[in-house]
Design a protein. Structure first.
Length: 316
């Protein structure tokens, strides 16, 4: 049974907070989306604007032994029609991807499938996606978003997991509820992607101090290796990666029984090094035109990016 380790009260750094706040600012989004100066940053983290471009990048990654999880950008939908259109687009992604990359998965945010508009419709959309994925021998990964939709995301996932146990869910190590959330799956534990957590959360729901989050991540990683089926570790942090490798060795777990996941554009050399060492590696590969919220969260993970980002927006 996993246990929560920390209950600190320290806040996250101001630059990160600014960027996370910027991720929801529509005015900045309009400026940044139009600006030519943001292009190099976008190209680093995003596979392209079309499915065809994303599939080309998929094949390049596959050729060096790296799997992908395709993510269709666009998390803010405003009505049921848009969420149904996003679901249909995701099904098109599965149909296009399956013949070209047998091991690829798709990652989806339930906000894109309409969770904020209607939980019931969102679940229906997710089930359509899961059915299409199964028909094409492909798997779906459910991203975890801000805590304002996190609980509902987990509940929908939990219901779908009964019929589609092959589905993976992202679990944020920073959340204070993570221990309870995992425990509640009982004797049918899910496949998870363990991540630190990318959203600006309040201290009552999340651990905020980065060192404590790292320690919590390492704690859950050890537990996941010992207790969960085919766990995935979504991290670029050397300390966390080392913990996973060491624990697997100590428990005698085969290198192919779990996977490392990283973001497109981050630590590519490390991704290839892990492949050479015999580990499974999957890159989270976003594509589409609505890159702004995704990209600002990536900027927030590396404070040195703040200046780069501000220059792109202010310089426009
Ligand atoms: C495959 C994958 C899926 C994810 N899915 C989710 C999700 O569903 N929900 C969620 O809340 N979060 C998700 N995240 C984001 C995650 O929560 C973290 O915010 C992010 O991974 C940064 O944490 P880290 O473990 O890499 O450690 P950090 O300590 O943040 O980073 C370690 C090192 O990695 C490098 N690095 C990390 N991020 C970046 C970056 N953006 N740009 C450049 N260098 C960087 C830096 O060198 C840094 O020092 C996902 C991350 C990955 C890798």
């Amino acid at each position: 049974m996993p246990q929560t380790l920390y209950s600190d009260q320290k806040g996250i750094p101001v630059p990160n907070k600014l960027l996370l706040a910027a991720s929801e600012n529509k005015k900045l989004e309009r400026i940044a989306t139009k600006s030519k100066l943001t292009r190099p940053i976008v190209q680093r983290y995003v596979a392209g604007t079309t499915l065809a471009e994303a599939l080309d990048v998929t094949e390049q990654l596959n050729s060096v032994g790296i799997d992908v999880s395709l993510d269709l950008l666009g998390e803010s939908v405003h009505d049921l029609k848009q969420s149904e259109a996003a679901t249909a687009e995701y099904i098109r992604v599965i149909e296009g991807m399956a013949p070209r990359s047998a091991s690829a998965t798709v990652s989806v945010k339930l906000s894109q499938l309409g969770i904020v508009i209607s939980s019931e419709s969102c679940e229906k959309n997710l089930r359509r996606l899961l059915e299409a994925a199964r028909a094409h021998g492909c798997e779906v990964e459910v991203d975890m978003e801000h805590s304002s939709v996190g609980r509902e995301t987990l509940e929908i996932f939990r219901r779908c997991h009964v019929e589609y146990p092959e589905t993976r869910v992202a679990i944020q190590a920073c959340m204070r509820s993570t221990f309870q959330d995992l425990y509640e799956f009982g004797d049918k534990p899910p496949k998870i992607r363990l991540v630190k957590g990318a959203f600006d959360e309040k201290v009552d729901v999340a651990i905020l101090d980065r060192d404590d989050v790292t320690a919590q991540y390492q704690h859950f990683a050890k537990w996941a290796l010992a207790n969960l089926p085919d766990p995935a570790f979504g991290t670029h942090d050397d300390a966390c990666i080392e913990t996973v490798k060491r624990t697997a060795r100590e428990l005698g777990i085969d290198k192919r029984s779990f996977e490392f996941q990283m973001l497109q554009g981050v630590r590519r050399e490390l991704q290839e090094e892990l492949v050479r060492e015999g580990y499974r590696v999957r890159v989270y590969l976003p594509y589409g035109t609505e890159w702004y919220p995704y990209l600002t969260r990536r900027m927030a993970e590396k404070p040195a990016n703040l200046l780069l980002f501000l220059r792109s927006v202010v310089g426009s």
